[in-house]
Design a protein around this ligand. Structure first.
Ligand SMILES: Cc1cc2nc3c(=O)[nH]c(=O)nc-3n(C[C@H](O)[C@H](O)[C@H](O)COP(=O)(O)OP(=O)(O)OC[C@H]3O[C@@H](n4cnc5c(N)ncnc54)[C@H](O)[C@@H]3O)c2cc1C
Length: 196
């Protein structure tokens, strides 16, 4: 899985939102106050766009269930071709760790690629041939979110019971946000389980 940061706004909008809310020119410790008070809507004044690649469609299917304060653009499967790129699917680590299971898994994916080839050779367009492809297909998705929707995503997907791939995405994104100093100031004040 790879996450590229495409663009990010500063957190100035959050600062101005807090000042507006309290009719003050200056407020101390804004990140701490926003998180402590649960003043979530002010976090909507900043946004970030990331591009995620080498991720399965099983994972992006879960990701796009997050509807509020976000927008997505996903690679069209009409332009995806398992016959061009042999590295077209994700292997779950629990399968990858077992040599026998891994070989069986690869054989099954090869069969799907062959089925896809068969339909294409029979003149079936990609939009129909893709019906035989699995959730394991790699995809690319561009995702824009604001800080409030990001925190909500983390609440749901950083938890131990989240599915491994979306949890990995949440953890990588969390680590990425920590490298952006003004966003990190806010994120460091948030604790898992404090937003419901
Ligand atoms: C462990 C786990 C297992 C899951 N399993 C399944 C599953 O088996 N099947 C499945 O379909 N989904 C499943 N989901 C997805 C889940 O149901 C949510 O769609 C997903 O987590 C997005 O959460 P959300 O709706 O809170 O987020 P958002 O869509 O970003 O919404 C944020 C918040 O806005 C409010 N909101 C949004 N839309 C509306 C609305 N139309 N009306 C009123 N309030 C609204 C709600 O308060 C919501 O919590 C699972 C999620 C997790 C974390």
């Amino acid at each position: 899985m790879k996450i590229d940061l495409i663009q990010v706004t500063s957190t100035k909008g959050i600062i101005e939102g807090m000042k507006t809310s309290r009719r003050k020119d200056h407020i101390e410790r804004i990140p701490e106050k926003v998180m402590k008070w649960g003043h979530w809507s002010v976090l909507e004044h900043c946004s970030m766009t990331v591009k995620i690649s080498e991720i399965s469609r099983a994972c992006t299917h879960q990701l796009v269930r997050h509807r509020i304060g976000v927008t997505f653009t996903q690679e069209s499967q009409r332009y995806f071709d398992p016959l061009v790129n042999p590295d077209w699917y994700i292997i779950p680590p629990r399968i990858s760790r077992d040599n026998k299971l891994k070989q069986e898994y690869i054989t099954a994916r090869n069969k799907e690629a062959e089925e896809y080839r068969y339909y294409r050779e029979k003149g079936i367009p990609k939009e129909d041939a893709r019906f035989c492809l699995p959730n394991a297909c790699k995809t690319t998705i561009t995702w824009t979110f604001n800080m409030s929707s990001l925190i909500w995503f983390f609440e749901k997907r950083l938890k131990k019971d989240a599915q491994w791939e979306i949890r990995e995405l949440a953890q990588k994104l969390y680590d990425l946000v920590l490298t952006i100093p003004d966003w990190a100031e806010f994120l460091k004040q948030w604790k898992l389980g404090t937003r419901s």
